[in-house]
Design a protein around this ligand. Structure first.
Ligand code: GLY
Ligand code: MN
Ligand code: MN
Length: 403
């Protein structure tokens, strides 16, 4: 990530702040052993720093913007165990932010400014009555007690227009995540056999991801054989694959915190049964129809409406329903979502597509009583003239799968 790109992002965000408004972005906390560190995506997006516990502060007074980052100070006795903390100089060089200070200077530094602040934007401030406060919410409470006139708003409101339009560099990361996911899927196609456990297929993907130097997946893999594929968020991946099973894969590697999100469904025997083929063809045709509709200006509501129409027709052809409204029994999610640093990326459910959006198109039909679940999911970049399917090279045609 170069600092020019980071600076541009910060400037775009700062432009949306009004006078006497502030923005605080908290990095993720240190994970407890044995979990791995996963940075807060807004913090990473704005600073490029993969360090825990830091805080980015952005303030606006008159026409001047003030950026500061507060980072942890290394404690020599702990550094023996955990390795060296990032230095002030390194944080400055990596983020392109001039003012980097230690966290123990945080309160003294922001106090003065808070006295004149009208509104603060923060991450993760949506809360519920029965869950413990996260660190952003605790911070809000602390400020509320002392500066009761300050208003608060969710950072996603103002960062959303930035993060939903992907830069070239971001598209490259998503593409890399997709390509490596594709490698894993192709290995699975090649090596999967009846009698294997679902987690054996999961391991084939994990091998490709790790071998490519990627640190983690974008989300927990779904490897679902037979009737398991009709459970939408099946993640236990510990059943044996039957000889006539269709296997549904919903997987995605993550590259520099940009996620792929791909679903494929294939017959483990190498041959679809007549019924499986009939269902698969319906889903595949719908998926292709829906991808063709992608262009700037079309909205998710319109795409969802069209999907439901097509699925309803399919379900009637498959003799599964008679009345239109019954479609919900076999199709219960939506056609897709924004994709990016979060697999279900920031972006509104009713958003209208713009050039630079990356979204998923993922229709499915799930028939638990027949042990069949089919979902096909591709990752699509919205372009000036329409779209580019970033996951086009991962086979999904019946002949390809049977081969
Ligand atoms: N992997 C979850 C989804 O496709 O939305
Ligand atoms: Mn998915
Ligand atoms: Mn998805």
């Amino acid at each position: 990530m170069n600092t020019q790109m980071l600076k541009k992002r910060r400037e775009k965000l700062a432009k949306q702040l009004k006078k006497d408004e502030m923005l605080f972005v908290f990095a993720a906390s240190e994970p407890s052993y044995p979990h791995y560190f996963l940075q807060n995506n807004n913090f990473l997006y704005l600073t490029g720093l993969q360090i825990p516990n830091a805080v980015l502060v952005l303030g606006k007074s008159k026409d001047k913007h003030l950026y500061k980052i507060f980072i942890e100070r290394g404690i020599p006795e702990r550094e023996v165990w955990e390795g060296k903390k990032m230095s002030l100089a390194e944080a400055k060089q990596k983020s392109g932010i001039e003012k980097v200070l230690y966290l123990d200077e945080f309160e003294r530094n922001v106090d003065l400014r808070l006295n004149f602040t009208k509104k603060c934007y923060l991450n993760n401030i949506q809360t519920s009555l029965n869950s413990p406060l996260n660190k952003e919410q605790s911070f809000v409470r602390q400020i509320r007690d002392r500066f009761p006139k300050i208003l608060f708003d969710d950072l996603s409101e103002i960062i959303l227009p930035l993060r939903t339009i992907k830069e070239k560099w971001e598209i490259k990361q998503i593409q890399k995540a997709i390509d490596i996911t594709g490698k894993g899927i192709k290995q699975i196609y090649k090596k999967a056999k009846a009698g294997m456990m679902e987690f054996e297929l999961e391991a084939m993907l994990n091998y490709e991801v790790t071998k490519a130097g990627l640190k983690h997946l974008g989300f927990k893999s779904i490897i679902a054989a037979g009737k398991n594929a009709a459970t939408l968020h099946y993640e236990s991946n510990n059943s044996k694959i039957g000889k006539d099973d269709l296997v549904l894969l919903d997987v995605g590697a993550s590259c520099n915190n940009y996620s792929a999100d791909i679903s494929r469904t294939f017959p483990v025997s190498g041959k679809f049964t007549v019924r499986q083929k009939a269902v698969y063809e319906e889903v595949l045709n719908i998926q292709k129809e829906m991808i063709k509709m992608i262009k700037p200006g079309i909205g998710f509501p319109e795409l969802n409406k069209k999907t439901v129409e097509l699925i309803t027709e399919s379900l009637k052809r498959l003799n599964l329903i008679k009345e239109d409204k019954e479609y919900k029994k076999y199709y219960m999610h939506s056609i897709g979502h924004h994709l990016g640093m979060d697999t279900h990326d920031i972006g509104k459910r009713d958003s209208v597509l713009e050039v630079g959006n990356v979204i998923t198109i993922e229709p499915g039909i799930y028939i638990p009583e027949e042990g069949i679940g089919v979902r096909i999911e591709d990752d699509i970049l919205v372009t000036k003239d329409g779209y580019k399917n970033l996951s086009e090279s991962i086979p999904k045609e019946i002949e390809e799968l049977e081969r």
